[in-house]
Design a protein around this ligand. Structure first.
Ligand SMILES: Cc1cc2nc3c(=O)[nH]c(=O)nc-3n(C[C@H](O)[C@H](O)[C@H](O)COP(=O)(O)OP(=O)(O)OC[C@H]3O[C@@H](n4cnc5c(N)ncnc54)[C@H](O)[C@@H]3O)c2cc1C
Length: 337
């Protein structure tokens, strides 16, 4: 049995690792590296965790996995001083679960998880088509190759990506799955990367911000194992991001930088500032259930947009659990090699 997994974010990697013990898997990822929304952007000022800032675990299953990642020294607890910023005042928030970060940046966790797995990067899957009675061929486009190619045939296909990206791939071949995916939406988010020539000494490592264009800021180099150099990452509020989704990035950068100065009270100008857009950042209302699996078509979907038994918006733990549970369903319904 040969399975294609499209998307090497945490959900795809979680499914791939669980399945690879019994099935042949091939991961196909459109970016240069695995990670998806756990990516770290490397710059001359050090790495910026542009998406996930930290993650925590509430399920026993994910706690066990995290223990393993800690043993491998892939992640560490971030002993951060996190505050709430309200009208310029720093208030101490309620105690929270342990916050974990990957070393030396979030992206490294996915690189470690991908070790030993067959992974094709910089390849975008643009369509699925049937091959013979019961197999799938994938249309694949790579920037470096002018002619579209095909991958496969595969016995089953997993789409481990945001629903907005999965639905168009499924419209013609699995309209029911496409409609289910299209019923969930991920809210957009802007990220602002900031590097400074001197330490800001704000007195905290992260802050949830209220009544601002920004929702959260993190002192990137305060995270364990991260490179030195004064770096901050700021995330815009989801509502503001939605409203300004079509604005050009330099304009977004300037507005968010102003909000950073207002929220922190620091007027120090950065030596580097860059904004980036996540069109599909976070499932505010994830779909009930763990994943979708059509045993007749042999197509599955997983990702953080499934609740996977958790409460609240889709996060790292949802992605990992969803990928793992889809793998379990596939192992039950498809014979092993
Ligand atoms: C700004 C931001 C901040 C966040 N902060 C946190 C946080 O602090 N804590 C937390 O727990 N969660 C946070 N999240 C959510 C977290 O990032 C996600 O829950 C998790 O990373 C989702 O993983 P995934 O594998 O489901 O999806 P993704 O990471 O989106 O992976 C999907 C992958 O599929 C690939 N792909 C898509 N289409 C194709 C195609 N056609 N062909 C090939 N490849 C394709 C993509 O390139 C991507 O690598 C944040 C997200 C954002 C954007």
């Amino acid at each position: 049995m040969h399975l294609a997994i499209i998307g090497a974010g945490l959900a795809g990697l979680s499914a791939a690792r669980a399945l690879s013990a019994s099935h042949r898997v091939t991961l196909i990822e459109k970016a240069e590296n695995p990670a998806g929304r756990m990516a770290t952007h490397e710059t001359e000022f050090g790495g910026f965790d542009d998406g996930v800032q930290f993650f925590s675990a509430s399920s026993e299953e994910f706690k066990r996995e995290i223990t393993q990642w800690k043993k491998e020294a892939w992640i560490d607890a971030w002993q951060a001083r996190i505050v709430r910023l309200v009208n310029g005042r720093a208030l101490t928030p309620a105690r929270s679960a342990v916050r974990y970060v990957a070393r030396p940046g979030m992206g490294a966790l996915c690189a470690n998880l991908a070790q030993g797995l067959p992974l094709a990067t910089a390849q975008t899957v643009t369509g699925l088509q049937t091959w013979g009675n019961a197999k799938w061929l994938l249309a694949v486009q790579a920037d470096t190759v002018a002619i579209p190619a095909h991958a496969g045939p595969f016995d089953a296909v997993i789409l481990a990506m945001p629903p907005e990206q999965a639905a168009p791939l499924l419209h013609d071949v699995a309209p029911q799955l496409a409609a289910q995916a299209a019923s969930v939406h991920l809210a957009p988010c802007f990220t602002l990367e900031l590097a400074f020539a001197q330490a800001l000494d704000l007195g905290y490592d992260g802050a949830f911000i209220e009544q601002s264009r920004l929702a959260f800021i993190a002192h990137d180099n305060s995270k364990p194992g991260h490179r030195p150099g004064e770096r901050w990452v700021a995330h815009a509020a989801l509502a503001w991001s939605q409203e300004h989704l079509q604005d050009d990035l330099p304009r977004v950068r300037d507005k968010l930088l102003k909000a950073f100065h207002e929220a922190t009270g620091s007027q120090v100008q950065p030596v580097y500032a860059q904004a980036l857009r996540w069109p599909f950042a976070q499932a505010v209302q994830p779909m009930a259930g763990d994943c979708l699996w059509d045993a007749n078509l042999r197509i599955g979907l997983c990702g953080d947009w499934f609740a996977a038994g958790l409460e609240g918006e889709g996060r790292v733990e949802n992605a990992w659990l969803s990928g793992r549970r889809l793998a379990q369903q596939i192992m039950q319904s498809m014979p092993q090699d």
